[in-house]
Design a protein around this ligand. Structure first.
Ligand code: ZN
Length: 329
C-alpha cells in the first residue's frame, strides 16, 4: 500500500492536481507557491504549497499534508476513498466508458421533456423518432447531471476527469443537443450542439473517435462523407444509408485510415460556404485519398448549402442523387 501511495503521488504532483482543480497560486520563493485556501473561506492568501515535497499548509485553517490528505479534506473522503478517486488503476477506462453510457442515457431521457430541444431538432429537420432513438440523440438541460451520476455511484473525480462537469460541478454540456460518439460497442465521446449560437458546439476532452457509425458502412463500395452530424441525419432520413461523418473537415488519423481500408469510392459532401473552407478541405482530402488508391469525388451542393440545409429547404432525394452522379473527381 505504501508503495502504491508513493507511486500515485509521483504520478499526480500536488501542484498539478490543485491547478487542475482551478487553484491559482503564485510563486513564493524556492519551489513554494501561495494562494487562497481551497479548504476554508478567505480573502488573503494563506495556503502554501511546496511543489518539491508535494505538501501544503494553510496558516488560516491550520490544515496541512500531502495530496491524499488534501483530497480527503476537500472532498470529505476517507483515506481509502481518496486513493480510489485518484488512482486510474482503481478507476480504469471501463469506468470512464460506463459513465459516458449513463450520461448519454440520462440526456436521452431529457430530450422528450424539453420542448425547446425538440423544437430545435424540428427546425434542423430532424424528425424521424426511430432514427433519433437509433442514434441515441439526447439533450443536456444543464445543472442536473452531477447529482444523477453521483447517485449512481460515480465519483466527482471520474466525472471531472471525463470532462462531463467543470471544477464547480456544473455540466460541461449545457443546453445542447447531445450525440453519443461510439467506437465499436463503447461510447468514446459526446458531441454537444448548442441551441443558441454562442459556442455552437463542443466535444468532451479526448479523441472524437473514428468515423461516425463506421461499422454500418465499412463494407460499402460507395460511401458519402459529410462533415456534420445534422448532415448525417438529413441524409439518413432521405433514405441514403451509406453515409458517415467526420465531425469536422479535418480527419484524424483513425478516420483517414478507415476510409483507406479496402476499395471504395468516397463522395465528399462538405459545406459549400462563402469562405470556401469546406471545399478547400474537400479538395485536399480528395487528393490525399487518391494518393492512397481510394477513388474520391466531390459533390457540389448549391452555393451556401450543406447537406442538412439542402434537405431542410426542400431538396429531395432525387435531386441529391443527381448531385452524386454529377460529382467530380
Ligand atoms: Zn485554510
Amino acid at each position: 500500500m505504501g508503495e502504491d501511495v508513493e507511486r500515485l503521488k509521483r504520478r499526480t504532483p500536488l501542484l498539478d492536481y490543485l491547478r487542475q482543480h482551478n487553484w491559482a497560486g503564485r510563486p513564493a520563493g524556492h519551489s513554494e507557491f501561495v494562494g487562497l485556501c481551497p479548504l476554508h473561506k478567505e480573502s488573503q492568501p494563506s495556503f502554501y504549497v511546496n511543489a518539491r515535497k508535494g505538501v501544503f499548509y494553510c496558516h488560516g485553517c491550520g490544515q496541512g499534508g500531502d495530496l491524499i490528505r488534501f483530497v480527503q479534506l476537500s472532498r470529505g473522503l476517507s483515506f481509502r476513498q481518496s486513493l480510489a478517486s485518484l488512482d486510474p488503476e482503481i478507476t480504469p477506462e471501463a469506468d470512464s466508458s460506463a459513465v459516458l453510457e449513463e450520461a448519454a442515457a440520462f440526456y436521452q431521457q431529457q430530450l422528450d421533456r424539453c420542448p425547446e430541444a425538440l423544437d430545435y431538432l424540428h427546425r434542423r429537420g430532424v424528425h424521424d423518432p426511430a432514427l433519433i432513438r437509433e442514434l441515441g440523440i439526447g439533450y443536456a438541460p444543464g445543472g442536473t447531471l452531477r447529482r444523477y451520476l453521483m447517485a449512481l455511484g460515480h465519483s466527482f473525480d471520474v466525472l471531472r476527469r471525463r470532462g462531463l462537469i467543470n471544477a464547480h460541478g456544473a455540466d460541461a454540456l449545457y443546453q445542447r443537443i447531445v450525440f453519443p460518439l461510439r467506437q465499436g460497442e463503447h461510447i468514446v465521446n459526446l458531441y454537444g450542439r448548442s441551441l443558441g449560437s454562442a459556442f455552437a458546439h463542443r466535444f468532451l476532452p479526448g479523441s472524437k473517435g473514428g468515423l461516425y457509425a463506421w461499422e454500418k458502412v465499412c463494407n460499402c463500395a460507395e460511401v458519402i462523407l459529410v462533415e456534420g452530424l445534422f448532415d448525417y441525419v438529413a441524409l439518413r432520413q432521405a433514405g441514403f444509408h451509406n453515409v458517415t461523418c467526420s465531425l469536422g473537415t479535418q480527419l484524424n488519423r483513425e478516420q483517414f485510415r478507415q476510409l483507406c481500408e479496402g476499395e471504395r469510392t468516397v463522395y465528399l459532401t462538405f459545406d459549400v460556404d462563402q469562405n470556401q473552407s469546406g471545399q478547400q478541405a474537400a479538395e485536399q482530402l480528395a487528393h490525399r485519398l487518391v494518393v492512397h488508391g481510394i477513388s474520391a469525388r466531390r459533390v457540389l451542393l448549391p452555393e451556401g448549402h450543406d447537406p442538412n440545409s439542402f434537405f431542410v429547404q426542400g431538396g429531395d432525394p432525387h435531386q441529391f442523387q443527381s448531385l452524386l452522379e454529377a460529382a467530380q473527381p
